[in-house]
Structures are given as C-alpha cells and as structure tokens.
Design a protein around this ligand. Structure first.
Ligand code: ADP
Ligand code: GLC
Length: 456
C-alpha cells in the first residue's frame, strides 16, 4: 500500500512541537510494517544538496512554481521537500520577534496546492493530511482520493479571507466559513476519516461548545471520527541508551536517575537538598497553562520541592518566569528550545508538571513516564488516556490528575505527590510507569486498519 503523508513538521528536519515527533514516529512505524510512505514536507531551507529526484508540479498559477525534491535523509529516510514561493524561512511559522509570518496563509495554501499536485502525479492508495497546513489539498483533488485527516491542534484552523474560495480548487465550497474559508472545516467535511490524536480528545471535541467552533462539523462525521493515541519514539527516549544523559538507568537499576538529578541541580544552580525535583518542558502558550505555575513558585519555600522549567514561546510568560527565577533559589527557568537539555531535565525530575488547559494528546507526559518521572496533569485530552491517578487507583496509578484546571488544583496535586512519592513507594511507582509500552507499534496498526477500510 502507498500512502502520501503531508505535514508541516517532521523530526529531525523541521521541529516546532509534537507534530514533528508524531509525524516521524508514525511514519517510521508504518514503514516498518511494510507501508510505502511518501512524506511531503515544505522545503524551509531551500536545500540544494543530496537531491535524488526533482519533479515540477502542476499547480495553479497563484501557487507556483512548485517543485518536489526527493532527498534521502540520514535519520528520516526518504522525504519529498516542496519548494514553492515563500516556503523557505528561518522558522516554519514564526518571525524572530515571535509573531507569525505575515504570509503564512499564502505559504501553506501553496504547500497544500503542491501536495494536491504531488498526489495527482503519484496516485497513492491513501492521502494522509495533518492539521490546517495541509488541509486545502482536498479542495483541489476531484474526485476526493481515499483520505485521512489527523487533528493535532484544533486551536489553529488557518481561517482566511473569501478571496481564497476562487483559488483553492473545485471543491472549495466545502471550505466556506462565515465570511471566508476555514481549511480545517473543509478537510473535516471531505476526508473519509478524521483522527483525533487521543481517544479522550475525540470525545471532548464533539461536545457542544468544545470543538473550537468545529463541534458541528465534527459531530457530522459520526463513526468516521475516532481517536488514536500518539506514541513516542522509544529508541530516542530510552534511559538505557540516551546520549544526552550523564548517567544511564533503567527500571531495574534506578541509581543513574539519582546521578542525573545531582548533575542537573548542579548544572542549573538549584538549591542542593533532598527535596523532590519537579520539571516542565514545554512550548510557552496559553494551551500549556504554565502561568498556573506562578502561584506555586511563590510557595516553594514552604513545600519540600524544587522546580525547573524549560520553555520557549510567549514573551510575556517567559519574562514572568525569568523574573520569578530571579527571586527564588528553588526555581529556575531556562528560556529556549533545547532537545538535549529536555532529555536531561526529564531524566533528572521526580515529578513532571503539565497543567494544560487543553491537550489533544501530549507527548511529554509519556516521555516523562518512560524516564520514571511522575506526571501531575490536568484532566483533559490525552492526559486522561495516559495518566491514571495514584490516589484513586493506587495499584495501577501512574501520576496525579488535578481536579480541574487551576493553580489551586495544581498546588493540591503537588501536596498529594509530595506526601506519596517517597522511599520504596516512589521506587515502585517509577518501575511501574517505566514499563508501559508507549511505542508507535499499536497506533500504526490502527492507522493501517483505517487505510485498508477507506481504500477498498
Ligand atoms: P505540543 O506539540 O503541544 O507542544 P507535545 O507534548 O505533543 O506538545 O510535544 C512537544 C514536543 O516538543 C515534545 O517532544 C517535547 O519534548 C518537545 N519540547 C517542547 N518544548 C521544548 C523545549 N523548550 N525544548 C526542547 N523540547 C521541547
Ligand atoms: C499538538 C498538540 C499535542 C499533541 C501533538 C502531536 O501540538 O498540542 O497535544 O501531542 O500535537 O499530535
């Protein structure tokens, strides 16, 4: 079976958030299962080396010229990069000042038009689209090929002006939205199957008022909308063989985890005592609820806890965190996107804080559990599917689920964690969460079933 998989991010070539890891993890597992996958990604860097095949794509005038350049990447394997006007930039979405590029609509509409042209050129069995950046491809494919749309983040829909209705292709009427177009709404209507990135999120987004304005469109999909939990790359996230860590460890031998904590406390200049270390690794956006940590930081002199946050994004939030870190010995903040440090933090932590307002799936809580770091999470999205509360279900619990999304609920969950996570009990919880299988093998099988159903 041949699948065209179009995405705006792909690890390690273009990484902003979980979309990159989720795309690469799924494709890798699909390829291992014998599916022939053409990955189509924007060429953000105008690459001119290592190209093994070039195809000029037949796109409408406004979208071109567009070229598909196939490369063989050392880690990612064969990838098709789309070169079209405006796609190459220093960051996939953001200007250096943190605002989006002014031409993001044009850029990803052109990318989507190129994806449609690539599909016409290669006639795959299935087209798999991801998020709004690829969504208008289906407007320009008539008849609609067997198609899957993965929804990684409904907060971004790519809504744009009315003028696009005349441009994006013969099926543009499905994209009409108030006084303009909505790429995601159109692709939801046209795709044979829509996949939310966790089962719980699939149930949340069809509740009235909870689908980011698309609840009606999502409800209309009926059984053609399902949730498949993301996996993580368990070879990259493996505490026994992680080149970023000063010491290796495993569920059977946790000594290395203590060494990682000592090393990190030293590296970040945190107070050296035997209190628990809580960590967070995150994009700084409203979604992640990191502002809810601020009242907790004020309490760190009264709770036996230290806190280290690595994050990048919203400037106001990063300034608030930096100011809080200036005043506190038990809290440190690193502003930036740093993969190596993220591994060291997650390995060193005792607790992992994730107070998300919404979370379609979330990969970091799984990365944390794989490294024996106990998650404290809000009761939303994929966090519900992955974290079972230790106080309500002590035998199978994996972390602490907050009662609601608030600082008060966070502080109360931290208190529960501090009471419970000690001595032998802490070790048992660590061993349990480290042995859960978070690999992409099972999710890939579910996708293959969907591909088979829709391409029959
Ligand atoms: P989202 O995609 O909403 O940001 P996920 O939890 O799905 O959230 O995925 C985030 C991914 O990005 C994880 O692999 C995480 O380790 C990584 N990540 C997030 N922020 C940072 C950061 N500041 N530095 C390094 N890695 C980060
Ligand atoms: C999005 C979501 C996150 C999810 C990731 C990968 O960025 O915010 O919850 O894990 O996509 O699907």
């Amino acid at each position: 079976m041949r699948v065209t998989f179009a995405t705006a991010e792909y690890s390690p070539i273009a990484t902003v958030g979980g979309l990159a890891a989720a795309s690469a993890g799924l494709v890798d597992a699909l390829r291992r299962s014998g599916i022939d996958v053409d990955v189509v990604l924007p060429d953000y860097t105008s690459r001119d080396k290592g190209i093994i095949e070039t195809v000029e794509l037949h796109v409408p005038l406004w979208a071109g010229p567009a070229t598909a350049k196939k490369i063989k990447h050392r880690q990612a394997g064969e990838i098709t990069l789309i070169d079209a006007p405006g796609l190459a930039k220093s960051h996939p979405y953001l200007q250096p000042d943190g605002n989006g590029w002014l031409d993001n609509t044009d850029r990803f509409m052109r990318f989507s038009a190129a994806v449609a042209a690539f599909v016409r050129h290669t006639s795959p069995d299935v087209v798999h689209l991801n998020d709004w950046h690829t969504a208008t491809a289906l407007a320009d494919l008539d008849p609609t090929p067997p198609s899957v749309l993965s929804l990684h983040n409904l907060a971004h829909q790519g809504a744009a002006g009315r003028e696009w209705l005349d441009l994006i292709g013969p099926k543009s009427d499905h994209y009409e939205w108030w006084d303009g177009i909505n790429p995601l709404a159109g692709a939801i209507a046209l795709a044979d199957h829509v996949v939310a990135v966790s089962p719980h999120h699939a149930t949340e987004i069809v509740e009235d008022g909870n689908g980011f304005g698309l609840d009606g469109a999502l409800q209309a999909k009926g059984l053609a909308l399902t949730g498949i939990l993301n996996g993580i790359d368990t070879t990259v996230w493996n505490p026994e063989h992680d080149r970023c860590l000063p010491a290796a460890f495993s569920a059977a031998d946790l000594n290395g985890k203590i060494l990682n904590r000592e090393h990190l406390v030293n590296e970040l200049g945190l107070t050296d005592d035997d209190s628990l270390l809580a960590v967070a690794v995150t994009r700084l956006t409203d979604q992640k609820g990191i502002d809810l940590l601020l009242p907790l930081i004020n309490l760190l002199d009264e709770i036996p806890l230290r806190l280290a946050v690595l994050g990048s994004g919203d400037r106001i939030l990063s300034e608030q965190l930096a100011a809080a870190a200036n005043d506190a010995d038990r809290f440190t903040f690193v502003d930036g996107y740093d993969e190596d440090l993220s591994h060291r933090l997650i390995a060193a932590g005792d607790l992992f804080l994730m107070p998300s307002r919404f979370e379609p799936c979330g990969l970091t809580q799984m990365q944390a559990m794989r490294y024996g770091t106990i998650p404290i999470v809000t009761p939303v999205g994929g966090l519900v599917d992955t974290v079972v509360d230790l106080d309500t279900q002590p035998r199978v619990g994996r972390g602490f689920v907050m009662n609601d999304v608030s600082s008060t609920a966070l502080i109360s969950a931290v208190h529960r964690a501090v009471r419970k996570c000690r001595g032998k009990q802490l070790e048992n919880i660590r061993t349990r969460i480290m042995s859960v299988d978070w690999s992409w093998d099972a999710p890939a099988k579910e996708f293959i079933k969907i591909y088979q159903q829709i391409s029959r």
